[in-house]
Design a protein around this ligand. Structure first.
Ligand SMILES: [Zn+2]
Length: 99
């Protein structure tokens, strides 16, 4: 599924991107600060690393401008780190019958 260089330049990804952009009228749905307004990229709401089955689901995509896409991708990377740290630190759950 992934090219050797790590890019997702395949037909399925292109079709997904166009479907998402057409649905959202090629206007950015993320609207962060510095939003450029006009979208030319599709952003995954749930990262394909988390849900590979949703990678080409149009419901898992929103139209994004390059500026917002960058912000959102960075946010997801931070969130992914935070979640994996929280998981590592989570204390063992108590036995339900012992309280
Ligand atoms: Zn934007």
């Amino acid at each position: 599924m992934w090219d050797s260089d790590g890019s997702r330049n395949n037909a399925a990804h292109k079709a997904w991107r166009v479907e998402v952009l057409d649905r959202d009228g090629w206007s950015c749905q993320l609207q962060h600060r510095h939003c450029e307004g006009r979208a030319n990229e599709a952003h995954h709401l749930v990262r394909p690393a988390v849900r590979p089955d949703l990678e080409y689901d149009p419901g898992n995509g929103v139209a994004a401008c390059p500026s917002c896409h960058k912000v959102e991708t960075q946010k997801q990377a931070t969130e992914a780190r935070r979640v994996s740290n929280a998981r590592a630190r989570r204390p063992r759950e108590q036995h339900p019958g012992l309280s």
